[in-house]
Design a protein around this ligand. Structure first.
Ligand SMILES: Cc1ncc(COP(=O)(O)O)c(C=O)c1O
Ligand SMILES: Nc1c(O)cccc1C(=O)C[C@H](N)C(=O)O
Length: 394
């Protein structure tokens, strides 16, 4: 690799994924490097929404639930996301916010092993995960143990036999560190626990194999690498082996075995359908469904491969920047698709970059996150972003 713009231009010209950038609505001259917060809209999204509102809703009114496939959307879109995370059909539903799904999953996980009174939570996880783990612990009167991910194996050993639900983030939202989902899931299960992974920063970013890794439950965000739009519905994965015993706390009527019988008591539906809650956010779900198309067409593996190489380019480009430390592990197997730099005044630097059309984000006090989603970020974007950073720091 060469640290010149000409080299970046040559790489961009030879990039087999280059055409996918045109399938996203990104303002001319803007470098969208914060897809780990909010992915940009795919061009198919406004088309799908226009169709959903005018033709489906406006044309068919309530018949849309059946004639336009709205009723089945949570499982249908769930299966599509399932393919992106290595889940076979019938194990993923889409709906609600990530936070609601986290509450649902962690509570159900704890209820799978009611005699195990320790709830373990990743201390570095995004705040909503930690708040919800604490809330579930209070609700079920469990003992909450928060641990840095590095110490998770030790915590599991110390509490072996008492461990119930364990909530971890697959990719650290701050540092971008990718954890060993397969190995840690096995360790959690050896301790008697039930592994709940937050895949928000991993789904659509890194190839996941939730079935092969024997993950118990997982939750993920719809608006980061899946580009479903602000507040896009989240997803919940539950391994098929748990479906019969899954006692989810949000027992809405869409999760009932016979919702239109409208009778008591609540009888959970068979399969993953029991994880449905109330009426799903159809417009948002159809936006999310349309947004998946470029990612599905490119394939997570190809996007990941390019993202890894873009990060290596970024590591090389920032190597001589004084006072800038790369916080993200460099080994590809140990990082997701965002790179985090530690530097003084990260907030002011992010602000200055934004004025130059470089959209990154900062996490206080001193972290700058740069998301390199190979689906729409190019080699020249990385070169230009670092050139701007260099000028801002000067
Ligand atoms: C790991 C993680 N979980 C959850 C969320 C968000 O949850 P919600 O979509 O409910 O706001 C985020 C980001 O906002 C996140 O980074
Ligand atoms: N969910 C967000 C929001 O509602 C507003 C602004 C940003 C976000 C984010 O997604 C933050 C993100 N999860 C993070 O990793 O920091």
């Amino acid at each position: 690799m060469e640290l010149t713009r000409e080299w970046a231009e040559r790489e961009a010209a030879a990039d087999p994924l280059a055409t996918f950038a045109k399938e996203f609505l990104i303002p001319e001259g803007t470098l969208a490097l914060n897809g780990n917060s909010l992915g940009p809209p795919a061009a198919g999204v406004p088309v799908a929404l226009e169709n959903a509102v005018r033709r489906q809703w406006g044309g068919h009114l309530i018949r849309g639930w059946w004639d336009d496939g709205w009723w089945d959307a949570p499982e249908r879109v769930g299966d599509r996301i399932g393919r992106l995370i290595g889940a076979g059909p019938g194990q993923v539903v889409v709906g609600e916010s990530t936070s609601v799904q986290l509450f649902n999953a962690v509570t159900a996980a704890a209820r799978l092993v009611p005699e195990h009174r320790v709830l373990v939570a990743d201390a570095g996880n995004f705040p909503t995960d930690r708040y919800l783990a604490a809330s579930v612990a209070r609700l079920l009167d469990l003992h909450l143990v928060e641990t840095p991910m590095d110490d998770l194996p030790g915590v599991l050993d110390r509490h072996a036999g008492e461990v119930g639900a364990v909530l971890c983030g697959a990719v650290d939202f701050r540092t971008g560190e990718l954890w060993d989902v397969a190995g840690l899931t096995a360790a959690i299960q050896r301790a008697g626990g039930v592994a709940v992974w937050d895949l928000s920063h991993a789904a659509g970013a890194v190839p996941l194999r939730v079935d092969d890794d024997a993950v118990d439950l997982a939750v993920g965000c719809g608006y980061k690498y899946l580009s479903g739009g602000p507040g896009a519905p989240a997803f919940l994965y539950a391994a098929r082996r748990h479906h019969g015993d899954l006692d989810l706390p949000i027992t809405g009527w869409h999760g009932h075995a016979d919702p239109f019988a409208m009778t008591d008591p609540f009888v959970p539906a068979a399969g993953i359908t029991r994880a449905r809650t109330g009426t799903p956010q159809i417009l948002s779900m159809l936006a999310l469904e349309a947004a998946l198309e470029p990612l599905e067409a490119a394939g997570v593996a190809a996007v990941r491969d390019k993202s890894i190489r873009l990060a290596e380019y970024l590591f090389a480009l920032v190597a001589d920047l004084d006072g800038v430390e790369v916080v993200t592990p460099r080994a590809p197997g140990r990082r997701g698709n965002h790179v985090t730099l530690r530097l003084p005044d990260a907030v002011a630097v992010a602000e200055a970059l934004l004025h130059r059309g470089v959209v990154v984000d900062e996490r206080p006090p001193d972290l700058l996150r740069i998301c390199l989603n190979g689906l729409y970020v190019s080699w020249t974007d990385v070169f230009d972003a670092v050139a701007h950073l260099r000028e801002v720091l000067r």
